[in-house]
Design a protein around this ligand. Structure first.
Ligand SMILES: [Fe+2]
Length: 282
């Protein structure tokens, strides 16, 4: 296995291919790690692959999968899991996360559908997470996703997430924006939900922007700046669980890199406020 920078801490940024050259030339000090979707890079050769390797040699990275469809009905794509394992090894990346959801048939990002909150679904997804963890030889992190309908619900989202994490013995990628969006859309208290999560399983976090359609409806777009209630929820998460590595996701209406770096600096500021005497740790 090729090694890369190992420790993960502080504030990070979801890597866009368009930013790679700029990040190689003048890496912003505020960005302490990057996240990439392996599906977007596996099999790529040439200059793009060399530039990515140059970045992964210099900075800690995490991988965030798009299309494994952990909750889906089709057999797991074991070839993809093996390819992801090879990719993690080549780039010296320790952490791999996926969504606690399933993709629609075409496997497109943002067609992520929630797993029904049922006992049968828990058994299904726990077995599949186990398969992935066995193949990759490590624990993976699963992300709480935003959802707009919960058909056939037998239990709360919280009980569902808890059961999956416990039985699969996996880690949590805590998306604070998704938590806020779900709290608005489903009428629950975001702080109560946050505090009930098993904090010891949080591996790292996401923040992102979304679209507020009405006071009762948010759409998780990753297409705008992070809003104040999400920043407040992130601060509350650090206060309750301690500081964990957190990155900014932005997938649409991408502003200039400098503007994204300002939001990464905001993450770092909240981390340092939560931990004034120490360095934010992973
Ligand atoms: Fe996320």
């Amino acid at each position: 296995m090729t090694t890369g920078p190992a420790s993960l801490h502080g504030a990070g940024l979801g890597l866009r291919r368009a930013f790679v050259r700029a990040l190689l030339d003048t890496p912003p000090a505020a960005v302490e790690f990057y996240e990439i979707a392996p599906e977007n890079w596996i099999g790529m050769g040439g200059a793009n692959a060399r530039r990515l390797r140059a970045l992964t040699e210099r900075h800690p990275f995490v991988c965030h999968g798009l299309s494994l469809s952990l909750g889906g009905p089709a057999p797991l794509d074991l070839e993809l899991v093996r390819a992801i394992g090879d990719f993690l090894d080549v780039h010296g990346i320790a952490i791999y996360s996926e969504h606690l959801s399933y993709c629609s048939d075409d496997g497109q990002l943002y067609d992520l559908l929630p797993i029904p909150f049922t006992e049968a679904a828990i058994a299904h997804v726990v077995a599949r997470i186990g398969q992935v963890q066995d193949l990759l030889g490590r624990r993976i992190a699963v992300e709480n996703v935003s959802y707009y309908a919960a058909p056939g619900q037998e239990m709360t989202e919280l009980d569902f997430i808890d059961a999956v994490l416990e039985r699969a013995d996996c880690e949590l990628l805590l998306d604070v924006n998704n938590l806020h969006v779900n709290a608005v859309n489903h009428g629950y208290d975001a702080l109560d939900f946050l505090r009930a999560l098993p904090g010891e399983r949080i591996r790292y976090g996401h923040v992102a922007g979304h679209r507020e359609v009405s006071p009762e409806l948010c759409i998780d777009t990753h297409g705008s700046a992070v809003i104040d209630p999400v920043w407040s929820l992130l601060a509350a998460a650090y206060e309750h669980f301690g500081v964990f590595p957190t990155l900014l996701e932005r997938d649409f209406d991408i502003p200039p890199l400098a503007q994204l770096v300002e939001e990464v600096e905001q993450i770092a500021l909240i981390q340092h406020r939560a931990l004034p005497e120490q360095r934010a740790h992973g």
